[in-house]
Structures are given as C-alpha cells and as structure tokens.
Design a protein around this ligand. Structure first.
Ligand code: RIB
Length: 294
C-alpha cells in the first residue's frame, strides 16, 4: 500500500522566549533557530521513519531545498512535488520557558498549489492507497472528493483550525485525527468540553469515520462503531512540543496499516510522540522506528 501526503513544507523560525508575547509587548528572544517543518512534510517524514512507503506532494520555493533533502534522506519520495520561484511557506514559532509554543503560518508556496497539479498526481495512486491531508494547503475539499471517487483511504488532520473546516466533506474521510481543541470545535462544543462528550458528538456527526483524538501527555482515544479504545501517554521532560502531533499520526497510521491492534497503535504512537517532545524542533525531532520499537 502506498501513502500519499499532500501538504505543506514550512521553514520554521523558532524564537525562544520567556513567555508567549502579549498584545503591545516587545519581547527579547534568547535564541533563533531555522528548522524544517510544515505539518505535511513532518507527517511524511514520520510515516517514512515508521516504515511506510510514502510520497509527498505540494509546492515549495527554492529556499526550501534543504528541507526536501532532509525528507528524501528520511525515505520520502518527492517526484510529484512542484516548485515555484516565490518564497516557500514560513512560520514564526515562539517557544516559551514551559516549552509550549504559538505558531504564525505564512502559506507562501504552499498556498500556490493548483487543482491541475492535484489532477496530475492522483492518477499515480489507486484504490486502497492512503491519502493524508492537513489544513495548511488549499483545495482540501477537492482532494477529499477526488480521492473518495478513487476509493482511497483518506486521513484528515484538520490543523490548523479555520472557519471553513465545517464546510469540508469530512463525512468522506475514513480516519479523522484531531487534538482535543480541534475535536471540540468540530463537535460544536466548548474547548474545555469533556473528552467522552466530544467523542460521542463526533461519532454522531461522522458515523462512517474512524476518530482518533490525542489529548497531549494524557494519551489518545480511538472511537469507531463499537470500538472505544484509550491509551495513556508517556511522561517526558518536554523540550519542544512542536511536531509531536505529526509524529503521532505518522506512527499510528503506519502501525494500523500493518494490522496491529488499535490499542498497540495508540500506545506506540504516543511513545513516538513523547520522544519527539523530548527533543528540539519539528521534523528533526521525529524518532526512527528502531528508537520506538527498541
Ligand atoms: O505541526 C507542527 C508544524 O506546524 C510546524 O513544523 C510548523 O511548520 C507548523 O506548520
């Protein structure tokens, strides 16, 4: 089975700060690092390091050549990637003393993906192959519709949350991967809603979709049909939480495609995400399979 990730590549500019900046405040940063990121790119690397056969499609600027090299070294196939002369997508990430982050995303090249490019990539994949999507590129609804027509297995991580998410054909998604904030929003509940209530509402809304909800260091839930599975997370000394969700998704999907029990998939994906949290950066923090299984 082939996995296609259609998504974003970002140049992450990570500023270490005491606290997340307040309105009107000027704040001194103690360190700035350039780091490889983008939810799509991170997930493709997590899938590849976990052992999936993965292709990445999207659009990058020349300034992101070093990120593509990192992805290829991880084993990601990049022959369907398009290029533009315009600047690549970028982020400004504040990383505070508690190792929490806040992220500003400038889409750049990611925002220039065209439907005709999607039409040229999808014929390389067939029924039963996976399509993995996040919400950092345009044409998500089109991608879901087209992949659904081909009976691909569609995985959607609706991150970052935007106002148009409820208008997307999520009922055609096979596996929805959310955190508790995204889950509550899609369920039409307050961000501090009870986890069970979120899962029940999501199941009512999307009865044909498998739901995975991560709840930070507390662990992750899976809910579909009669199956309700929970696995607790691992406690680690946090260095940087950026990319932990992407690591979780790549490992969970790879283990699931291998036919492992859902409980094992959740537990081992939480463990992989814990390793990522204990390291700096997004893509560079994603562990190798030998570190997770070992
Ligand atoms: O999920 C983490 C990623 O989100 C970062 O690498 C950043 O690029 C943002 O897209």
């Amino acid at each position: 089975m082939k996995v296609l990730v259609y998504g974003s590549v970002n140049i992450d500019r990570v500023f270490s700060v005491d606290h997340i900046i307040l309105p009107g405040e000027t704040l001194k940063s103690t360190r700035m690092s350039l780091s490889a990121g983008g939810k799509g790119a991170n997930q493709s690397v997590a899938l590849a390091r976990a052992g999936s056969d993965v292709w990445f499609a999207g659009k990058t600027g020349d300034d992101a050549a070093w990120i593509i090299k990192t992805m290829e070294e991880a084993g990601v196939h990049t022959e369907y990637l398009c290029h533009t002369d315009h600047p690549n997508g970028q982020t400004v990430i504040q990383l505070d003393r508690h190792k929490q982050n806040s992220i500003i995303v400038l889409p750049g090249s990611n925002g220039e993906i065209e439907q005709s490019e999607i039409d040229a990539v999808l014929p390389h994949f067939e029924e039963g192959d996976c399509l993995v999507l996040q919400n950092e590129i345009p044409h998500i609804g089109y991608l879901i519709d087209k992949a659904s027509e081909k009976n691909m297995y569609i995985v959607f991580n609706p991150s970052p949350l935007t106002d148009d998410i409820p208008t997307l054909p999520i009922d055609k998604v096979n596996l929805l991967v959310v955190n508790e904030i995204e889950g509550a929003s899609l369920a039409g509940l307050q961000p501090d809603a009870d986890f069970d209530e979120i899962l029940v509402k999501l199941e009512e809304k999307y009865p044909s979709t498998e739901i995975v909800m991560t709840v930070g260091s507390k662990g992750a839930y899976y809910r579909f049909d009669k199956d309700i599975v929970f696995s607790s997370g691992v406690k680690v000394k946090a260095v940087d939480t950026t990319g932990a969700g992407d690591t979780f998704l790549g490992y969970f999907l790879t283990y699931k495609n291998e036919g492992r029990k859902i409980e094992t998939c959740l537990g081992d994906a939480c463990y992989a995400a814990g390793i990522a949290v204990s390291r700096f950066g997004a893509m560079q923090s994603i562990p190798l399979r030998s570190e997770v299984d070992g």
